[in-house]
Design a protein around this ligand. Structure first.
Ligand code: AMP
Length: 182
């Protein structure tokens, strides 16, 4: 399995800006815009993901709104396969399927177009997002992919916030690959 070594991980980690107390006090926000704006680092990351996933025989990449779109679309173009967006409610224009999930306070929902996998049963898909924190959004997204009769072969995150243990719930549903851990 293709993974980055420690030196390569440190190189990418150094390109991600940490913003303290955003969006609220106590949160350290991992700002990937600095990675995206570093052309060598962004290319290095997408090259790595291409090498890892080109042998998987994927049919689609599914990206979670909104930063999952950036990495997912770049990778889909490299792998010459389609890209499917998972979005918050009322953003997608055509018929959608939905998956609700609980937050600390209240409920949220993710949606996908009903024909996202072009009618193919058991389509092999990779789910991608920039970061896994509590894992709530990603877990609901894997469930949404299953609901669409597709096979989520792996969930990929650029950064895993290890302390929050978001991985554990998702690991019951699919394999997980985190490029970087903090
Ligand atoms: P969660 O459902 O808790 O795993 O939240 C994941 C989503 O929230 C990801 O799509 C991230 O873009 C965003 N997010 C949560 N925490 C952070 C953080 N500390 N820095 C940057 N993005 C975050």
């Amino acid at each position: 399995m293709i993974v980055l070594d420690k030196k390569e991980q440190d190189y990418l980690l150094d390109t991600i800006r940490s913003v303290h107390d955003f969006p609220k006090p106590g949160i350290i926000f991992r700002d990937i815009t600095t990675l995206l704006n570093n052309k060598e680092a962004f290319k290095f990351l997408i090259d790595h993901l291409q090498k890892r996933y080109e042998s998987y025989g994927l049919d689609h990449i599914v990206g979670i709104e909104s930063r999952g779109f950036i990495f997912g679309a770049a990778l889909a173009a490299r792998l010459n396969i389609g890209f499917v967006p998972i979005r918050k409610p009322k953003k997608l224009p055509y018929i959608t399927i939905s998956q609700k999930y609980t937050l600390e306070y209240g409920v949220d929902e993710v949606q996908m177009h009903i024909d996202a996998f072009c009618g193919k049963k058991e389509a092999k898909v990779l789910l991608i997002d920039d970061l896994i924190a509590t894992g709530g959004t990603a877990k609901a997204s894997v469930e949404l992919i299953k609901q669409a009769n597709a096979n989520c072969v792996e969930a990929c995150f650029i950064i895993n916030l290890k302390e929050l243990k978001g991985e554990s719930e998702i690991a019951k549903l699919t394999k997980i690959y985190s490029v970087l851990e903090v």
